[in-house]
Write a protein that binds this ligand. Structure first.
Ligand code: F6P
Length: 370
């Protein structure tokens, strides 16, 4: 059995997602109930690696029960987050203004030792889980908590943040039906999700979209145009088309706003505009595009996400209490369990071709562009 825990730290990394504050609250409270102290690291691991950025030692702050009271329903993260602070590839600024990266993982471990931090709870998506796995391999006691609106983390039934994003996107589609119908238009709605189509698929079906384009199914816009023309011929003079930001045209590349660079991933976006333009040409109809973008990441977590986040946070503390490390808390519906980080790191959960949700869409007559 590893040495007893007296102090843990928690960090939130990657894009924010509704439910992060609920995890923080749960972790701090469950730790305090065991007599452990909990420290919060600001902006991923930046607070500990670049303390000079935070006045008065504010990069790593003690978190007490009082400080996390009443935050479970709030969006965002009280700790801040970043997707640019991987300690194994930490961004550097050279004297000539160019950027580079350096491995600061040894330094990070030394900081934990210096500050008497016995274990770390890392809340994040696939990038964070990969870092957690590497830190575990270097000897740090670490437990991961799966977060992302994209739901693309493997080995968990769902991540928190996803349900909130889908609920909001569904409400947007509900609103767009009436305006699309009033103007007899094609409304194209672009949704986040990176290389997975979970948000687009779930919201698209729940919100009654007529076509849904996801990265897992290469699309041909002529198929969507056929669907729209058929609806017109049947007297249904408007159509709603949902397109995932990572949707893959059968011919041609994905829409990219910014290529991957030092310390940051490729930024997707722009496919909605392309799809709207081309559908207008092919059908002769008026088309408009709505990009939901970061609205999907904002707001209060739904009760499902809030509960998942509270369950995940307390389960992370229980995992540490049981002497576990190198694991991620996961939802093995209906229960929470632990999976090894090595089974999660570097893997992406795409919508499987035999997904019954996909089949539901097909049976309802949704066009997937194939
Ligand atoms: O992973 C969450 C996510 O919102 C993706 O859906 C999206 O592609 C990406 O983050 C956007 O990242 P950023 O906020 O850095 O532009």
């Amino acid at each position: 059995m590893p040495s007893p825990i007296r102090r843990i730290a928690i960090s939130t990394g990657g894009g924010d997602a509704p439910g992060l504050n609920a995890v923080i609250r749960a972790t701090v409270t469950a730790a305090a109930n065991r007599g452990w102290e909990c420290m919060g690291i600001r902006d991923g691991l930046t607070g500990i690696l670049q303390p000079e950025r935070y006045p008065k030692g504010g990069g790593v702050v003690p978190l007490t029960r009082d400080q996390v009271r009443g935050i479970a329903h709030l969006g965002g993260t009280i700790l801040g987050t970043t997707n640019k602070g991987n300690p194994f590839h930490f961004p550097t600024l050279n004297a000539d203004g160019t950027t580079g990266e350096t491995d600061r993982s040894d330094e990070l471990l030394a900081c934990f030792k210096r500050d008497g931090i016995d274990a770390l709870v890392m809340v994040g998506g696939d990038g964070t889980m990969a870092i957690a796995h590497d830190l575990h391999r270097k000897g740090l006691r670490v437990v991961g908590v799966p977060k992302t609106i994209d739901n693309d983390l493997d080995k968990t039934f769902t991540t928190f943040g996803f349900d909130t994003a889908v609920s909001f996107a569904t409400e947007c589609l509900d609103r767009l039906h009436t305006t699309a119908e009033s103007h007899q238009r094609v409304m194209v709605v672009e949704m986040m999700g990176r290389y997975a189509g979970w948000i687009a698929l779930h919201a698209g079906i729940a919100g009654g979209a007529h076509a849904i384009l996801i990265p897992e199914i290469a699309f041909d816009l002529e198929q969507v145009a056929v669907k729209i023309r058929k609806r017109d011929a049947d007297g249904r003079l408007y159509s709603l088309v949902v397109v995932a930001e990572g949707a893959q045209p059968r011919q041609g590349p994905r829409a990219v706003l910014e290529p991957a660079g030092s310390g940051h991933a490729e930024r997707l976006g722009g496919i909605g505009e392309q799809v709207a333009r081309e559908l207008a040409q092919r059908t002769g109809k008026d088309a408009r595009v709505v990009v939901l973008g970061h609205l999907l990441r904002g707001g209060s977590p739904t009760s499902f996400d809030r509960l998942a986040a509270l369950r995940f946070g307390t389960a992370a503390v229980r995992a540490l209490d049981e002497g576990l490390s190198g694991v991620m808390v996961a939802l093995a519906f209906p229960n929470v369990n632990y999976v090894k980080l090595e089974e999660v790191a570097g893997r992406m959960k795409a919508v499987p071709p035999d997904s019954d949700t996909l089949q539901t869409g097909r049976d309802l007559g949704v066009c997937f562009g194939d």
